[in-house]
Design a protein around this ligand. Structure first.
Ligand SMILES: Cc1cc2nc3c(=O)[nH]c(=O)nc-3n(C[C@H](O)[C@H](O)[C@H](O)COP(=O)(O)OP(=O)(O)OC[C@H]3O[C@@H](n4cnc5c(N)ncnc54)[C@H](O)[C@@H]3O)c2cc1C
Length: 374
């Protein structure tokens, strides 16, 4: 595509733009295609597979294959197995091919501003005009690093789980993992085979049984309708999200591999103090403290609050008509930021944007580019 003659001139215009080509962006593109629109999907990375290739090597889904599909394409193979990370990458790759959408990789959106009666989406290479934008950029690019007692004074290594790949890199060390969720438990148990590991959690770790009366918990939550309930605000307020467990994690943690302690009260150099007054030497603090929405390209638009969180209700911007979100945690339900949940949310957001009249197909997009082209 040629460069714009003027930096503020759109190169072309599109029915809709989706930012990000992970599961959320691809599900959004699917919903837009079903609504008869021709979206352009802009993806910063080299492939339309989201952040999955960057997750740790041993990652096996907590959701069985049958609850890890995306709209219109079932997850292949035995529906009751728990697929490995790399199978999700393959599945997303297949899904992107199966979608009849214009996906442009190597295109990071830097800013979005208003103009031409809608939005101007700027990737540095091109400026696209559109009446409708769906932001689907996940949180992996924005790891959450909370303020913790004494951490600023820690002279050892501080790592966020987004940088964790395999346990060998920590062999023989004393690692304190901060967090009580699935990643903390999974990584803690595998790391405890190679290193001395302590889980530091504000509240005791809680567990959700993977299988209840012979059925996976996902069967229960979809069958009983829990997946559809708008219980996000209540769950968000709970001190810990239960670890999905077939019994392995609870047994390991109960046996002290890894050990579990309440959150430390202070750190001095590499000496960490526990609430009971005991001090220990620690090599690494591993933060399994989650992620926050990664939306810096919406700052100038004024679509975010002072914490960088989107001003939205159920995935619809409350500040900007024609702007929607897919893949936010608790966006509409428990399942919102999961493989099984994004399709439903994407359908809802697209329907509402169109019903609000903010996204009528004003223009068919510029000539289609082959996947991978900048
Ligand atoms: C360790 C871990 C385990 C998980 N296990 C499961 C599980 O078992 N089952 C399940 O259903 N869910 C699971 N999830 C939750 C969720 O399904 C994943 O986090 C998923 O990757 C989120 O998809 P997404 O498309 O919203 O975001 P991402 O996968 O992060 O994709 C966002 C995309 O946006 C792109 N992007 C970012 N910024 C820009 C920009 N400015 N311009 C253009 N492109 C941009 C990125 O390159 C990326 O490709 C897990 C999450 C984690 C972290």
């Amino acid at each position: 595509m040629s460069s714009p003659a003027h930096p503020n001139h759109p190169t072309s215009s599109c029915d809709a733009i989706v930012v990000g080509a992970g599961q959320s962006g691809l599900a959004a593109a699917h919903a837009l295609r079903r609504a008869g629109l021709a979206p352009v999907v802009l993806e910063a990375g080299p492939e339309p597979v989201g952040s999955w290739p960057h997750y740790y090597d041993s990652l096996t889904l907590f959701s069985p294959a049958r609850y890890s599909s995306l709209p219109g394409l079932p997850f292949p193979g035995d529906p009751d197995r728990y697929p490995h990370r790399d199978e999700v990458v393959d599945h997303l790759r297949r899904y992107a091919t199966h979608l009849d959408a214009d996906i442009r990789t190597g295109q990071r959106v830097h800013t979005i501003r208003t103009g031409d009666g809608g939005y101007l989406v700027d990737t540095g290479d091109q400026i696209l005009a559109t009446p409708l934008v769906i932001a689907a950029t996940g949180g992996f690019g924005n790891p959450h690093r909370p303020t913790l007692p004494g951490l600023d004074a820690f002279t050892g290594q501080v790592v966020h789980v987004s940088d964790y790949r395999a346990p060998e890199q920590f062999a023989g060390r004393h690692v304190v993992i901060v967090g009580a969720g699935n990643s903390a438990a999974q990584i803690g148990v595998e790391l405890a085979r190679h290193a001395r590991v302590t889980l530091a959690t504000r509240a005791p770790v809680t567990y959700a049984p993977q299988v209840i009366l012979g059925r996976d918990m996902h069967w229960w939550s979809t069958t009983l309708g829990v997946d559809h309930l708008p219980i996000g605000p209540y769950l968000r307020a709970t001190p810990t999200v239960p670890v999905v467990d077939d019994g392995t994690y609870r047994a390991a943690i109960d046996n002290g591999r890894p050990a579990r302690m309440p959150l430390f009260t202070d750190i001095d150099g590499t000496s960490l103090t526990w609430p009971d007054g005991r001090a220990e030497q620690v090599d690494t603090v591993l933060l399994a403290t989650g992620y926050r929405p990664d939306l810096p390209y919406l700052t100038d638009l004024g679509a975010l609050d002072e914490h960088g969180l989107p001003l939205q209700v159920r995935g619809l911007s409350t500040s900007h008509p024609g702007l929607g979100y897919v893949g936010l945690e608790w966006q509409r339900s428990l399942a919102s930021a999961t493989l099984r949940g994004v399709g439903r949310d994407a359908g809802y957001v697209v329907r509402r944007l169109l019903r609000n009249g903010s996204a009528l197909p004003a223009a068919r997009c510029c000539e289609r580019q082959p996947a991978g082209a900048a």
